[in-house]
Write a protein that binds this ligand. Sequence first.
Ligand code: HEC
Length: 123
Amino acid sequence: MKRRLIFLIPILLVVVSCKYDFILPVPEAPVTAGVSFATKVVPIFTTGNKCTSCHKAGGQSPDYTAEKAYSSIVPNLVNTSSPNQSLIYTLAGPSTSTHNWKKLSASEAAIILQWITEGSKNN
Ligand code: HEC
């Protein structure tokens, strides 16, 4: 019996030492990340003060500054069941604007629409 155990020790050692010696799976191509509110949507409003020249604290509501943008937009200005009906998208949209001030460019509007379609998350 003891002898058998002694035989088992090197086998166990091999098994244990091989345990972590597996080949890691090659990671798949990253899934296209969703549109981040903080890094993609907010800069549309704030870069060059495009919207925040007026839409800021003490100015015209809604306040689109980085600190307030999310609570200004969600839920009031988004329509999650029909994202393309969302006021944040249509009111200053490139073709749908009824707003006499600055408009969104087509690519900015597309980013906002995608963000709403993805659930208008505070991400
Ligand atoms: C020069 C000032 C000015 C700038 C710049 C401006 N806005 Fe406005 N915005 C207003 C005013 C004034 C109103 C309220 C009257 C109206 O609805 O037209 C308004 C209203 C809005 C509303 C409607 C809010 C509501 O609760 O009904 C939205 C949405 C909006 N703006 C989006 C934008 C976006 C997006 C930008 C940047 C692309 C922008 N605005 C830039 C002046 C501005």
